[in-house]
Design a protein around this ligand. Sequence first.
Ligand SMILES: [Fe+2]
Length: 390
Amino acid sequence: MAAAAAAAATMIPQDVPMDLPVIDLDVFLNQPRDSPEVQAECIKAANALITYGALVLHDSRVAEEDNSAFLDLLEDYFAQPEEDLKKDERPELHYQIGVTLENTEKPKCAVDEPCLNVIARLAPSERPLDISAHSPDPKCRFFWKMVEPPPYATKFPGLNAANVVPQTPHIKERWAPTMDKWGASMKNAVEGLTEMTAVGLGLPAETFKDAGRYGPHLLAPTASDLTKYGQKDTILAGFHTDLNFLTIHGRSRYPGLHIWARNTGKRIAVKIPPGNHLLVQAGKQLEHITGGLIKAGFHEVVVNDRTVEVIEARTRQFPDRPLVRISSTFFWHLSSDHDLTPIPAAAGKAKKLRAEAYNLGRDEGDEVVYEPMLVGELVQNELRHIALMT
Ligand SMILES: [Fe+2]
């Protein structure tokens, strides 16, 4: 009895269940492309992105132990003294490679009117934590690119600089293999999803995958020091959307990621189910190329009640481990030189859906014009808006 009580006391609490569709990549990879099961799963994937801007992806190739090895490495890395971390900073490259230390990244939304309007349209109970003071996010970040260099002269070479490998001995040797293994898992999974999404939208399967072949993909974990920022309602990453095509999250050891389902206005506390699952959310490039049919998903990372419970449980269970919240995030991009002109079929459907939403009395805000441009131009425009304190 006492043993059972002790076990219960040290159990890691679970977050509330999440109401997002689960898409099975195994069905797509293992069954004939023209089978009804594959077609149905692809339509489910596309509809999930249209309705929620997010989905849970099941891929049996994704191994929990690769995620654990990655989280252990990043916890060890960010537990280092600041002077060691600073050696991996590249401010001259606008922090697009290597480490970004805490209080550097500012949430764009706090100074962006369309984004503030999104918050204003949410019911008060569904709003993110108040970002109006717009102080920079108290989180660190590491950008590790996972790219295939383009076989042509790119117009955007600034986005294609060399990776930084940390030089601390016990981290250096583990770094590249661990980052590449977990990063490749997430990259393969999301590339499968790009094919499913294209099929579900009635496009050739390779439409997005080919368009992203030479994209500046980034494994981009964040780290939040919970000994400093573990109080309830601390904002670790303020309300925002991502500028890439799709963002993938592996399972974090600490809850706290909230996402907003586009067509429901509901805040969802993310819990990735155990066993080969990833969370995928739409970014700005997917929004642009579909003419707004799929909208970039808003999200925030905060310390909520469940984060606090897990901090307490892990402090008891693993007193010798660093108390750092690592998010294993992967940004999948289209190639910088790819033409981002909205695909006419998708843009037409977007207009229809917008009219339907309007007739149902749902306010989706001002109509957005998706001008033809290259992917690299969209990225540069977005980066110009993100205030970086250097
Ligand atoms: Fe984000």
